[in-house]
Design a protein around this ligand. Structure first.
Ligand code: NAP
Ligand code: F7E
Length: 329
């Protein structure tokens, strides 16, 4: 039974990847940082099936100790400060975790077992102010946030360790992917949670920023399969993972409200404080290389995913009552 180590297991992708790897017969160990209140709700249903070990991407020795103790065959580095607006508020922390944290992971591998296969969670935010469209593995980067800059560092240090030390290290350049487990602060989930609350009479309106921004949005459950496929190839490489279809935030809002028979224009207010200091206007991925070399294709389309998320939020709120926090960002 091969062992896979996942950093960021408490996050959206970590939970889907853990399920996928368990289904493929792996022993799955997740890294979680210490917190005064435990946040394991996304992996609660996997209790007993996965192991959790404490470490922090900021603490080099903690990662070396994890590698020695767990002896993984594959390492998926999904941990990051992943919210773009927070990266403007906390640029140094974002650089420490999302950029230098990747070097801590690579150094831990080099110091313990250089045969470990490594996956780095890179991002379409690296393309930022896009130079050409659609974006491929060869499109130059032009990040527009401290988060995007940090991910560029993470990408290049992964490539550099592959070329310098012959590590099996891959960078997956994933475009936005969502699910009912998406953090409430990201726009897709903020909208579907908002529609659920309005449908249930708990809220009347939703405040949003730039409705004109366009993204290539896919389903997280589909994207984690691509991560695994990258580590099963003969040679390590970098891959764009995307649907090849672009929608605006306004499209997202319209589909989510229409699913419950609501007119979004009656409920959505724009709020200038939610507009970012520098915006990424449009992102559209070309995943031809992943189609050809990994045999990977997305299964869930945009409309199905948004409707699934609205239904899941209504089900959750009906079951649990109001959650304590309504997203403000
Ligand atoms: P997420 O839900 O925000 O999860 C981030 C994870 O990182 C959480 O488990 C978090 O732990 C952990 N983490 C944060 N700081 C840490 C630290 N110092 N040490 C150890 N763990 C730490 O993100 P996601 O959406 O699943 O995304 C997974 C990865 O893919 C991230 O690297 C993200 O930047 C990248 N990515 C995401 C997308 C997307 O659209 N979702 C697209 C491209 C790339 P806590 O629970 O303790 O906070
Ligand atoms: O914003 C606009 C916002 O925060 C999408 C992360 O997973 O994907 C994600 O980054 C768009 C932006 O995701 C609101 O201005 C409008 O143009 O859902 P988001 P993101 O910034 O694209 C990439 C690939 C990652 O790697 C990141 O980790 O929606 N928008 N109004 C809004 N966004 C938010 N959050 N809240 C609003 O009220």
């Amino acid at each position: 039974m091969p062992t896979a180590l996942i950093t960021g297991i408490t996050g959206q992708d970590g939970s889907y990847l853990a399920e996928t790897l368990l289904g493929k017969g792996y022993r799955v160990v997740g890294v979680a940082r210490r917190s005064s209140t435990e946040k394991f709700e996304r992996v609660e249903h996997l209790q007993g099936a996965i192991e959790i070990i404490q470490a922090d991407l900021l603490d080099q020795m903690s990662l070396i100790n994890v590698m020695k103790r767990i002896q993984p065959k594959e390492v998926y580095n999904l941990a990051a400060q992943s919210f773009v607006p927070t990266s403007f508020e906390q640029p140094v922390l974002t650089a420490q975790v999302t950029a230098v944290g990747v070097t801590h992971m690579l150094e831990a591998i080099r110091a313990t077992d250089p045969t470990i296969r490594f996956y780095q969670a890179s991002s379409s935010e690296m393309f930022g102010k896009v130079r050409t469209s659609p974006q491929t593995e060869d499109t130059p980067f032009y990040p527009r946030s401290p988060y995007g800059v940090a991910k560029c560092y993470g990408h290049w240090i992964t490539v550099n360790y592959r070329e310098s030390y012959d590590l099996y290290a891959c960078s997956g350049i994933l475009f936005n992917h969502e699910s009912p487990r998406r953090g409430l602060e990201f726009v897709s989930r903020k909208v579907t949670d908002g529609v659920a609350r309005i449908t249930l009479g708990e809220a009347d309106h939703l405040r949003l920023g730039n409705l004109r921004a366009q993204r290539d949005w896919g389903f997280a459950g589909d994207y984690v399969e691509a991560m695994w496929r990258m580590l099963q190839q003969d040679e390590p490489d970098d891959y764009v993972i995307a649907t090849g279809v672009m929608h605006s935030v306004e499209d997202l809002v319209r589909i989510a409200f229409a699913h419950k028979g609501l007119d979004w224009k009656l409920h959505v207010k724009t709020d200038q404080s939610l507009v970012r200091p520098a915006e990424v206007d449009h992102l559209l991925g070309d995943a031809a290389k992943a189609h050809e070399k990994l045999g990977w294709r997305p299964k869930v389309n945009f409309e199905e995913m948004i409707e699934m998320m609205v239904d899941a939020d209504i089900e959750r709120l009906t079951r649990n009552g109001k959650t304590s926090v309504t997203p403000t960002t």
